[in-house]
Design a binder for this molecule. Structure first.
Ligand code: B12
Ligand code: SF4
Ligand code: SF4
Length: 386
């Protein structure tokens, strides 16, 4: 059966927009706004971004192009979007002794709990008379340009960092949406602009915000540390600094960050979903570097960090250890020169070179290394080019 069977038993009454808003707020969403289901003029920016190749290896974005531009291709008959946002601002998140994690990934995987919350909203609205089949939605992993829909509905304004920023809550917003065949009265756009501020463009460690509102994902640490497989370019490794997973710099420097109402909450004061995962502040970078498959499968279950894969997380840990320059990491990095994972071998060579280019393990590994790319990394490390 199609997911959009409006035909048969259409209930006689529909919830009012205020009832819908009230239910969504009751379920824990911080912002609820109605707007069109399509991205409007933002679609042109998306196409230009794809054409410039700024999506890098994220092929799914190009594959979903037509559905993103016209949601009716995904869900025939949709007219409006119920746009939802959760404020997840809070203190910095990281491992014991160094290694930072973007705040959105520090707790339970939001893809799960936020999606569940959207589906609970869908069930509650069905009970109020909104046809179930006409509602589809989710968060992040949906063929929808979420920022465009949120900006059009007034969740916030589109900022120079490309973030949607709420004048009342700031930039730390997880977006979600429920598309519906109902015609809902659109909310007004949110007030606020960046004005003359350029703090995020100036502070981005990699220059990924290539112009106001435009991010080249291939340079963004959120891409290189999470989405990118294989080797990261050495210049971007250096720019990665202490970031193990994702990056929050363009949010941290933003003056609107002070608006986050969740920002002051710590540990158990925070809602369960936003509390730090047990990994945070108990694991070290060396734990990540040396974890085997079983430990990864056991410990990272239910976190958004799994997106980076075990291989990517170990590569990132090697990079951060190299950037931190602590010689105590050298023995563990030297063991990685013999690992089965070529990307880890090469990145560990680079990291050792950054800490101690004279380290005896480097020429020894070069003599035994079969992979041409890893050999290049080893030579670079020995030559002091890390
Ligand atoms: C792919 C993706 C990424 C990529 C690319 C991001 C990018 N800016 O291009 C990478 C991996 C780099 C990334 C990083 C991050 N992401 Co992300 N990402 C997505 C995803 C899955 C698709 C976005 C997309 O299609 N991008 C293509 C570009 C063109 O669209 P856009 O990013 O929406 O940009 C808008 C504007 O920039 C504007 N625009 C583009 N060019 C131009 C040119 C001009 C002249 C103008 C005026 C406007 C304009 O058009 C777009 C639509 O409004 C969405 C979820 C979704 N389904 O939408 C989450 C999403 C956008 N990401 C999110 C988050 C939280 C992040 C990070 C903060 C995570 C982190 N801490 O590590 C960083 C922030 C980096 C940044 N400054 O953008 C949130 C954003 C929430 C918010 N308040 O805005 C989303 C909505 C996920 C969610 N459900 O919460 N992300
Ligand atoms: S997330 Fe970090 S690397 Fe990406 S645009 Fe923002 S500041 Fe730059
Ligand atoms: S830092 Fe400044 S320019 Fe960047 S998004 Fe925030 S207000 Fe806008």
């Amino acid at each position: 059966m199609s997911g959009l069977d409006y035909g048969a038993a259409v209930p006689p009454s529909r919830p009012t927009p205020e009832t819908i808003r009230g239910i969504a707020l009751d379920l824990g969403f911080d912002l609820v706004r109605f707007g069109p289901a399509d991205p409007g003029e933002h679609g042109d920016h998306f196409v230009a971004w794809l054409q410039a190749g700024r999506h890098g290896e994220m092929d799914y974005l190009a594959q979903n192009r037509d559905r993103v531009l016209d949601p009716a291709r995904w869900r025939p008959g949709v007219r409006s979007a119920i746009n939802l946002a959760v404020d997840y601002g809070g203190p910095a998140v990281g491992l014991a002794g160094g290694g930072r994690i973007a705040r959105y990934a520090g707790g339970r995987d939001y893809h799960r709990w936020l999606r569940e919350r959207v589906f609970r909203l869908r069930q509650r609205l069905e009970a109020e008379g909104l046809p179930y089949g006409s509602m589809n939605g989710g968060t992040d992993a949906v063929p929808v340009l979420e920022r465009a829909l949120a900006a059009r509905a007034g969740i916030g304004f589109l900022a120079k960092s490309a973030m949607v920023i709420s004048p009342s809550h700031g930039p730390y917003l997880q977006l979600a949406e429920l598309l519906t065949a109902e015609e809902l009265p659109p909310d007004a756009p949110a007030p606020g602009t960046c004005g003359t501020c350029t703090a995020c463009l100036d502070a981005c460690p990699t220059g990924a915000i290539v112009a106001p509102f435009q991010v080249d994902a291939r340079r963004c640490l959120s891409y290189t540390t999470i989405e990118q497989r294989g080797f990261v370019a050495p210049a971007l490794r250096r720019a990665q600094g202490e970031w193990l997973f994702g990056c929050d710099v363009c949010l941290e420097v933003c003056p609107f960050t002070s608006k986050s109402l969740r920002r002051q909450q710590h540990g158990t004061e925070r809602p369960l979903e936003l509390r730090p995962h047990r990994l945070v502040e108990t694991w070290t970078l060396l734990d990540v570097l040396t974890m085997d498959d079983a430990r990864y499968e056991h410990e990272f279950v239910g976190t958004a960090m799994r997106r980076a894969t075990r291989s990517g997380l170990r590569r990132n840990a090697a990079t951060v250890l190299g950037n931190l320059g602590d010689p105590r990491a050298l023995p563990a990095l030297a063991v990685c020169l013999g690992d089965a994972d070529r990307v880890l071998r090469g990145t560990a060579a680079w990291a050792i070179g950054r800490i101690d280019a004279q380290h005896a393990a480097l020429p020894r590994a070069l003599a035994a290394e079969p992979d041409a790319d890893v050999q290049d990394e080893l030579r670079g490390a020995i030559d002091g080019a890390s």
